[in-house]
Ligand binder design. Structure first.
Ligand code: ADP
Ligand code: MG
Length: 344
């Protein structure tokens, strides 16, 4: 899977570089591995030492957030909350509190399909780990019985999270990368960076513009092509572009694909007719939460939701290779792959 992610990066970057008119500025490019994915930086500044320092700071910040919010690390804040489920409340940082509350917000919006307390199900399926397997129906029922976002109790004054029942758990995997994007942006602003491009395994942050002042051109991954081909292109300035798809992390059994976005109300990988969803908006955390949410909701409901929110656009790709976009993208999205049909 890593290979695929790397391919996606290549595509987006090729697009990122073309049109760079200012020959004086050579970007500093770096790659790191965190949050279970390859993270790729491109920072454009005349002072390459400064660009390197800024990237160092970003990487440190990412590792810091991962140590708090990973559900797979032994002593993360999230793991501590989960270990103490049904026992006691656990103090967490302001930022873990903030991200968990965002997840709760989207749990409500999607009626629990997206779910802060999805951890028992994620753990059961083990998708992306060596233990991935199709669980029995009774195991799934058992896991679902432990999922209820109303059982997550937030104490704002004590800064604690408490899960009411044993075997419950929270998972911020669908939203943490988006938050990381927002925090990286703060580091760019603080250091007066004028142009940068970051790809966190499919979450793209196109910061400001290219050095020549023109918009970034971003390739939207073709979900059917593991060679990193894109199906279309959009032009953006200072946006997060987050894509959720059934190709990101999955395993196959008896010819059937089981991917990592689980519908927490039914216990199986989402099967709402879509194979990928992309969200384009300023806030990374909302883009990340929304791309997973609309993937779970399906085209009709998802489209309605996104059209109802100001400043947010989306691209939906269905199983039938049809591409739909929100009204805000009609003059922007350019279909480049004829295998797909753009339903304008
Ligand atoms: P990616 O990590 O590929 O960018 P997403 O942002 O869509 O994909 O998030 C998928 C991750 O979210 C899963 O790996 C898991 O940790 C978590 N997750 C899976 N199903 C749900 C769900 N129903 N609600 C909230 N989080 C989920
Ligand atoms: Mg997401």
């Amino acid at each position: 899977m890593k290979k695929i992610v790397a391919m996606i990066l290549t595509i987006s970057l090729i697009l990122g570089i073309t049109g760079c008119a200012n020959k004086e500025i050579t970007p500093v490019s770096r790659e790191t591995f965190a949050l279970g994915t390859i993270i790729d930086f491109k920072v454009y500044d005349k002072d390459q030492d400064k660009s390197n320092q800024v990237i160092d700071e970003c990487i440190e910040r990412i590792k810091d957030i991962e140590k708090k919010m990973s559900a797979n690390m032994d002593n993360s804040e999230v793991t501590n909350v989960n270990k103490n489920a049904g026992k006691e409340s656990v103090e967490v940082s302001n930022e873990t509190m903030y991200v968990a509350k965002k997840s709760l917000e989207y749990s409500r919006i999607t009626n629990g399909k997206f779910n802060l307390t999805v951890y028992p199900l994620v753990n059961l399926w083990g998708i992306g780990t060596e233990n991935a397997r199709v669980p029995s129906q009774s195991e799934i029922d058992q896991a679902i019985s432990n999922i209820d976002y109303n059982d997550a109790v937030f104490d704002e004054t004590e800064n604690t999270i408490y899960l009411k029942r044993e075997n419950q758990g929270i998972d911020l995997g669908a939203i943490a990368k988006g938050y990381v994007g927002d925090e990286i942006k703060k580091i760019f602003v603080k250091n007066d960076i004028k142009s940068a491009f970051v790809n966190l395994g499919g979450n793209v942050m196109a910061y400001e513009t290219k050095v020549d002042g023109s918009k970034w051109r971003i390739g939207i991954q073709n979900p059917l092509d593991t060679r990193g081909e894109y199906l279309g292109v959009i032009s953006v300035k200072d946006k997060s572009i987050v894509t959720s798809g059934n190709y990101e992390r999955y395993f196959e059994q008896d010819g059937k694909r089981y991917h990592h976005i689980l519908d927490a109300t039914i216990g199986y990988p989402a099967d709402a007719g879509l194979i990928s969803t992309s969200i384009i908006t300023e806030s990374g955390i909302d883009a990340d939460a929304l791309s997973t949410s609309v993937y779970l909701m399906g085209l009709d409901e998802g489209m309605k939701l996104i059209e109802s929110i100001d400043g947010v656009d989306a691209i939906f790709v269905t199983k039938d290779k049809e591409v739909y976009t929100t009204s805000g993208l009609k003059d922007n999205f350019e279909l480049t792959n004829e295998e797909f049909t753009y339903k304008k």
